[in-house]
Design a protein around this ligand. Structure first.
Ligand code: XCC
Ligand code: SF4
Length: 632
């Protein structure tokens, strides 16, 4: 083990960004750094959540002189409604992505564009849902299971079928507190209706519904998205890839897949393996075709195929500014509209593929189950043809990239734990017990689940990386998804060698189980994997989730999806540490609800602090307090 391990620092990443910013200025295009300047200072009313524009008597803003909107809505009501609307939009986005994955299973066929890749997982789900499989073709089973899943969105009555997966104590809390979500679409509609002019004014009820719509996401739409992605595209298992801008290759045709739903990216990867297209790339002077991912679709593709990850959210303009992106193809969510204008300054071809995300200055090719293969082929072909159109004078690729050990789904984590089970209490396989033993004995102090975006409101990636480093040094193991996981990958924290940064206990566990100290669990819908991990640990331990020394951490979150996530994480009984405040500071009542009162309902609440040093100390103290309460 080399003790010379060094992370790639935020300063080095910022130097890359600064160099690419020069290119942006040279070609005359604005990037997010410019727009942040133009938007600062932000609107104080919006920032505090006390601007209401849900009816045309308004917009109304709350000030000491005007403490109520025209209808009489107070700061508490306005901030509460805004908060619930964010949660509803986030739940809608994740859940609709999940729905697309279900349709891909429904449409799957042996000779079609989409197939059943993890048949064993499909059969497990059929059993879980009481679907008869005896004597049926696997694709017939797939259609039945898909229909049952789709029914979860709009069934006439009942609550999420997936709640049963949680430990019994959690299920009881959800029932008693009225937090069992109704069908997913219904819950989103309820949230929108409650926040219509003249409906719910009570902030407590608004926060309660935010948790419920969050539950419809985390224990509904997102969880379905994860499971059905696994069935159609394969369940992630440990493997190695690379991350950061240095994965772009000057001599190759570069195609970036950006967004969330794996469907389009799968079609692009398939096409890139077509011998005819590889020959075309070579004919045009390239050495081959290099497919890379950006944002969550990068996580999806990396976890399943080892596709390399070019970066997280704030890196999307940077990637094109390298001048070597021959095509960028997007599906949905987290796509800067400015990808269009930036691409126009280069030879880069920009493709949109979903009716949900139609963006100016793109070629719009809506992808369906039926035409996916054809469109994937067309895009890769056009990218190969486009290789010759690069402008040498605009090319600069930062050379930073790091190895990344990834693929730690629950199944992937258990597969690693199985290798060390025998050295522990029993010989059971497929259990979290070895991990629990490590926590009980104090070799590992606890776990932190890192999620969320990067955000120019704080120093991008800095909070993620600094907090992670300090936690692993304190023997707190990390699981990460989304852009948080990619921040870790850029820094090198997903390398197994990063164990030298750990405290002695965690370092030993990393060596024994052959894992990095930061475990990449996937994309943001895969935070559902984290919920299954937390409730699975609680089950195997025989305690409830709020007792487990685990916390959620979102130091740089920005999206409405993150609000939905934060709500289901606290509803699952996990305290969540936020580095960016929800836009509710204009209402003391709201801040009290989300940072304290929700803990009385479900065992979890937010802790908010934009100073990463304070945030990390609070996390360590909280984990130690949970340990003390357990007497370990
Ligand atoms: Fe989007 Fe999922 Fe945030 Fe990244 S972490 S900026 S939501 S891509 Ni989900
Ligand atoms: Fe103003 Fe009330 Fe209308 Fe909101 S709902 S804009 S507070 S009048």
């Amino acid at each position: 083990m080399s003790l010379e391990f060094e992370v790639t620092t935020v300063e080095q990443m910022e130097a890359d960004t600064a160099r690419l910013y020069e290119t942006a200025q040279k070609v005359g295009i604005d990037v997010w750094q410019d727009r942040v300047k133009n938007q600062t200072p932000h609107c104080g009313f919006g920032e505090k959540g006390i601007c209401c524009r849900i009816c045309t008597m308004g917009p109304c803003r709350i000030t000491p002189k005007a403490p109520k909107g025209i209808c009489g809505a107070t700061a508490d009501t306005i901030a509460g409604r805004n908060y619930l609307r964010m949660a509803a939009a986030g739940a809608a986005a994740h859940s609709d992505h999940g729905r697309e994955c279900l349709w891909k299973l429904y449409d799957a066929a042996p000779d079609g564009n989409f197939h059943i890749t993890d048949a064993a997982k499909l059969l497990r789900m059929a059993e879980e849902w009481g679907i008869e499989t005896e004597g049926k073709d696997i694709y017939e089973v797939g259609r039945e299971v898909a229909l049952k899943g789709l029914n979860e969105y709009g069934k006439l009555s009942g609550t999420s079928i997936l709640l049963k997966r949680a430990n019994p104590e959690r299920q009881k809390v959800w029932k008693e507190q009225g937090l069992e979500p109704h069908p997913i679409d219904r819950e989103v509609v309820t949230a929108m209706h409650m926040t219509h002019v003249g409906c719910t004014a009570d902030p407590t009820a608004l926060v309660h519904e935010a948790m419920k719509v969050g539950m419809a996401d985390g224990w509904g739409g997102s969880m379905l998205g994860t499971d059905f992605s696994d069935i159609v595209y394969g369940t992630p298992m440990p493997k190695v890839t690379e991350g950061n801008l240095g994965v772009l290759e000057k001599d190759y045709v570069n195609v970036i897949c950006h967004g969330h739903d794996p469907a389009v990216a799968e079609m692009i990867v398939n096409a890139s393996e077509d011998p005819e297209l590889i020959a075309l790339a070579r004919k045009n002077g390239a050495k081959g075709i290099n497919i890379v991912g950006l944002c969550c679709v990068a996580n999806e593709m990396a976890m399943r195929h080892g596709i390399r990850m070019v970066g997280n959210y704030l890196q999307q303009e940077n990637a094109i500014l390298t001048g070597v992106v021959d095509a960028i193809v997007v599906d949905l969510q987290c796509i800067f509209p400015n990808i269009g204008p930036v691409s126009e300054c280069f030879h880069t071809k920009f493709y949109t593929t979903s009716p949900i995300a139609q963006i100016p200055y793109s070629t719009y090719l809506p992808v369906t189950s039926q035409n996916g293969g054809e469109i994937g082929y067309r895009i890769v072909k056009e990218a190969c043809e486009n290789f010759v159109n690069r402008d040498e004078g605009k090319i600069f690729i930062p050379d930073h990239k790091r190895k990344a050990a990834i693929g730690y789904s629950c199944e992937g984590i258990k597969s690693r734990l199985d290798t060390v089970t025998n050295s522990h209490v029993d010989e059971e396989l497929d259990t979290y017990k070895p991990l629990i033993e490590c926590v009980k004995s104090g070799v590992i102090r606890g776990a932190a689940a890192f999620v969320g975006c990067n955000n120019p409101r704080v120093r991008p990636d800095y909070s993620h990386i600094e907090i992670m480093k300090k936690l692993i040094a304190n023997d707190i193991v990390i699981v990460a998804t989304g852009c948080a996981a990619q921040a870790a990958s850029k820094a090198g924290l997903l390398e197994k060698e990063a164990k030298v940064l750990c405290g002695e206990g965690l370092r030993r566990v990393c060596t024994l189980a052959d894992i990095p100290p930061v475990l990449h669990m996937g994309s943001c819908v895969d935070i559902s994997r984290m919920m299954l991990l937390a409730t699975g640990i609680a089950k195997d331990w025989g305690i409830d989730v709020p007792q487990v020394p685990v916390v959620g951490v979102a130091p740089e979150w920005m999206s409405e999806k993150a609000v939905a996530i934060a709500n289901y994480v606290v509803a699952t009984g996990i305290d969540t540490y936020l580095g960016v405040s929800p836009q509710d500071t204009g209402s003391e009542k709201m801040m009290n609800l989300i940072t304290s009162e929700t803990r009385d309902w479900a065992g979890g609440a937010y802790y908010i602090n934009d100073n990463p040093d304070d945030l990390v100390n609070a996390i360590i103290n909280a984990i130690e307090a949970k340990r003390a309460a357990l007497g370990i």
